[in-house]
Design a protein around this ligand. Structure first.
Ligand SMILES: [Zn+2]
Length: 100
């Protein structure tokens, strides 16, 4: 079973959200805007301090695929948003180091 962290590696995440939201998400993550509320191998819930209320992002590993949702306007329509990118980047950074 692949963990959420396995599914949000940079290339995959970048493909999913697109270059601009990825760059914005990276800025949010670097600024410390992402708070991981729940962090397990198969489920990650994050709050991203970007507006009020802070959007809540859920990431899950489902059948080897990344399932996600975000509360923001874009996220609700299913578009990859910067919050998804930020949460994914933070998940990747917080995951235990793995062997190559
Ligand atoms: Zn969002």
């Amino acid at each position: 079973m692949r963990s959420v962290a396995d599914l949000v590696e940079e290339a995959a995440l970048r493909r999913l959200v697109g270059p601009e939201p990825y760059a914005d998400g990276l800025r949010l993550a670097d600024a410390g805007a992402v708070r991981l509320v729940e962090f397990t191998p198969l489920t990650v819930v994050a709050k991203v301090a970007d507006g009020t209320p802070a959007p809540r992002v859920e990431l899950a590993s489902k059948d080897g695929e990344l399932a996600w949702r975000c509360e923001c306007d874009e996220g609700i329509t299913g578009l990859g948003c910067r919050h998804l990118a930020a949460a994914g980047i933070e998940t990747w950074r917080s995951a235990p180091a793995r062997r190559p």
